[in-house]
Design a protein around this ligand. Structure first.
Ligand SMILES: Cc1cc2nc3c(=O)[nH]c(=O)nc-3n(C[C@H](O)[C@H](O)[C@H](O)COP(=O)(O)OP(=O)(O)OC[C@H]3O[C@@H](n4cnc5c(N)ncnc54)[C@H](O)[C@@H]3O)c2cc1C
Length: 472
């Protein structure tokens, strides 16, 4: 008997599920087929790129970064032979208009979480009072279980735990908005804890920053498809799935697609964004419109007549710009010098200037950059693009956190993946990668229940070389 698994959606979650299944004994023995059905012509989903029409340059919709704590993602990239497409930085540069630049470099000698303590002292924009408050809150957070934090927002918990307005603005807003994609007034403190304690403070290299050196469309497109294709995973690209129907007589799913024949499957992993999955399975995701909501992220793509700084990226505090990147992909597409030097500024979450016209956003950000890098002089904008994804990430509010569904469902042969399933992580590449593995596990468990597969893979999926290295 050959089981057929169709994965609907070829974003990072779907790719991660395909990769996990393609390493199992049943797959190698030819007892399982894996098909990825993706509506676009390329895989990667939100982690994608566009081609700038005039220069032909490939540019990511929005700069993505991973942290050292994203061990599932980094392990997955390592297994695909793609980790070298990311550059690892073990220190971060922060900028504040009144305090200038400072380096955040965790100690190499102190054990976690103390390794972050000295790094905090080096941030010039944080006063001693700010630092005392942050340390006290982190200490309290470490001793508070996640379960006690799910239904409280980050701003309520932080205020109740002695964080002044100033500390909120200079530290918590900066970290939480970029890590969770939404403002502390809306996010659950449990999600904040996941990032701060389980993430950054948990291991020595957890706060490393991994920045793609190649376009995301290449890494999560051909970069993943070629090796998976060689393993025997089939890709059906360019046709959207319209509906999924369970046939109780044949015990199989029929997956109806636009402009292509339907697919049959014993198991379906639905790895689309939550708002697509909810259209098909409202009983799983919940009908109420309040249960899940989206948070936007804006990428400002700027081609300037000059390089502003030798620094590759800077976290900006007290400015509209939140993250600044200079030429992360190093002029891929061989843009000619007349096209200018590529820079990107990322602004996450709703902010006071979300309704500004694009030109106003660009001129404000360019003014902030010229003040941050005065030696470069006032740059001329040769070209700009502003890309806002209003559904960039789901908002990890207390309401959402308790409603995120598990990968395993009560419907026969139906499994869920995608960054919104219950992984504990916010909407990130790491959350998506974990969710794919959970869905693969769920399929394997169903096969075990039917006596066809030994559960050998989940154990090795749990900890890869990177996680082990970090714990050491
Ligand atoms: C602007 C922006 C910036 C971000 N920055 C970061 C960052 O710095 N770090 C980080 O870790 N994360 C970041 N994220 C989040 C990260 O991109 C996502 O969490 C992750 O890529 C989600 O992967 P996924 O597979 O769950 O979903 P998706 O990437 O959305 O993949 C779902 C796939 O399903 C497909 N699909 C949808 N409908 C159908 C259908 N009907 N039939 C077939 N296929 C369908 C879609 O085309 C897509 O390929 C960012 C996201 C955005 C938008």
């Amino acid at each position: 008997m050959t089981s057929r698994v169709v994965i609907v959606g070829g974003g990072i979650a779907g790719l991660s599920a395909a990769e996990a299944l393609s390493r199992t004994g049943v797959f190698h023995r030819g007892e399982m087929q894996v098909v990825v059905a993706e509506s676009r012509r390329n895989t990667g989903g939100r982690a994608g790129s566009f081609v700038e029409s005039r220069s032909g340059q490939t540019v990511d919709y929005c700069q993505h970064v991973a942290m050292g704590c994203c061990t599932t993602l980094l392990d997955l990239l390592q297994r695909m032979g793609l980790l070298d497409r990311f550059q690892c930085y073990s220190e971060l540069t922060f900028y504040h208009p009144q305090h200038g630049f400072s380096r955040f470099r965790p100690s190499r000698w102190l054990p976690p979480p103390l390794h972050l303590s000295s790094a905090l002292s080096s941030l010039k924009h944080l006063s001693r009072k700010n630092q005392r408050e942050i340390r006290a809150a982190l200490w309290r957070l470490m001793r508070t279980p996640e379960s006690e934090l799910i239904d409280v927002t980050a701003s309520v918990w932080l205020q109740a735990n002695g964080q002044s307005e100033d500390t909120l603005e200079r530290f918590w807003d900066v970290i939480l908005i970029s890590a969770l994609g939404d403002i502390p007034k809306r996010v659950s403190m449990a999600a904040a804890r996941k990032v701060m304690i389980d993430g950054f403070a948990g291991a020595r290299h957890a706060s490393d920053v991994w920045v793609p050196r190649r376009p995301l469309s290449e890494i999560f497109g051909d970069g993943f498809r070629k090796p998976l294709d060689q393993r025997g995973v089939a890709f059906e690209l360019g046709h959207a799935v319209r509906e999924l129907n369970w046939n109780a007589e044949s015990n199989r799913w029929t997956i109806e697609r636009s402009g292509a024949e339907s697919l049959l499957a014993d198991h379906v992993i639905v790895a689309t964004p939550w708002h697509v999955s909810r259209r098909w399975f409202p009983e799983i995701w919940g009908e109420q419109s309040t249960s899940f909501s989206s948070s936007p992220i804006t990428g400002l793509h700027l081609w300037l007549d000059r390089s502003l700084t030798p620094m590759p990226h800077v976290v900006m505090v007290g400015t509209l710009a939140q993250w600044f990147f200079q030429d992360p992909i190093q002029t891929i597409g061989n843009a000619s010098p007349t096209e200018g030097v590529y820079h990107q500024v990322v602004i996450s979450g709703q902010h006071a200037r979300s309704d500004w016209p694009k030109e106003k956003l660009v001129s404000q950000v360019v003014r902030e950059l010229s003040e941050a890098f005065p030696k470069a002089g006032m740059p001329k904008v040769l070209k700009s693009r502003v890309v806002t994804d209003p559904h960039a990430v789901f908002s990890v509010s207390p309401e959402t956190q308790v409603r995120r569904p598990a990968s395993k469902t009560s419907c026969p042969g139906l499994h869920l993946a995608g960054d919104a399933v219950a992984t504990g992580w916010p909407a990130t590449m790491e959350g998506a990668a974990i969710s794919g593995q959970l869905a693969a596990n769920s399929v394997l468990e169903s096969l075990v229940a039917r006596g066809t597969e030994e559960l050998s893979v989940p154990k090795e999926l749990k900890r890869g070389w990177l996680a082990r290295q970090m714990i050491r």
